[in-house]
Design a protein around this ligand. Sequence first.
Ligand code: SF4
Length: 295
Amino acid sequence: MPRPLDPATYEALAERLRFYRDLGLTDFYRRDVESAAAIDDPELGRSVAEELAEREGLLQAAIDAAAQSAAETPVQQPNFFAEEPAIKTRKPIQAPEIGAVVPAEDRAAALQMIRDEIGDCTRCALHKGRNSVVFADGSPTARLMFVGEGPGADEDAQGLPFVGRAGQLLNNMISAMGLKREEVYIANVVKCRPPGNRTPEPEEANTCSPFLFRQIDVVRPQVLVALGATAATYLLGARQPLAGLRGRVHAFRGRSLIVTYHPAFLLRDPRQKKEAWADLQIAMKELGLKAPARG
Ligand code: SF4
């Protein structure tokens, strides 16, 4: 007999549907439940059909409320650098030579060696205001790697990348790709929080990014996704408008690199989620992934 959803599952389902709607996916359906319609649920004292009808109504109300909230949230006109102040003109990055292949079984230890080398780092000015060196999170043998700009307040407090609201959105994006967060690898250009969440100065990013390149060479992901203009700039070695980098596959250290919006930007301008989803679909195609069935 079908059982009513528990509140946690129900809320997770509602959240997932709201996320798909934010991405522009609006045609939802659920499987035929006629076979359950005539079954009485003794715990509820009414038919399962009545329960489903009520839950569907509540779910639609939740979706409508989310849409209303989004519509009432003031949004700025798309400005690809609005959430990432312009990076100052500087010399092109001299990326280090690609590291030797590390066997899959040794990658966790190799990453730990990099972390140990960073230590209680004072190599750049960002060390002064940080609580944690935010190294990375995820699988040392991930096929997919996300690279962001730098830790925010939540990340600095917890010592992990993408754990705040932007992190929750990134988790939703990963889930929509049919993956779990533990299956991917997540890191940032700089490992210490810039004061006030400002964009890292070139000197800071250039000092810290060699560690990121080494992490990439150890993990050897098939596909990297640069989240935002700062990550794209420091990975690709030259500042370019985000609009000119999105929507295609870049060759990067023997890997494929896709550029998309930073989740923090998507929180500020949810209309761009559909564009971000299009970018993620390019990454999925590179990985041979299909989106999980909806419904
Ligand atoms: Fe060291 Fe990187 Fe932190 Fe700068 S941002 S202090 S280079 S770990």
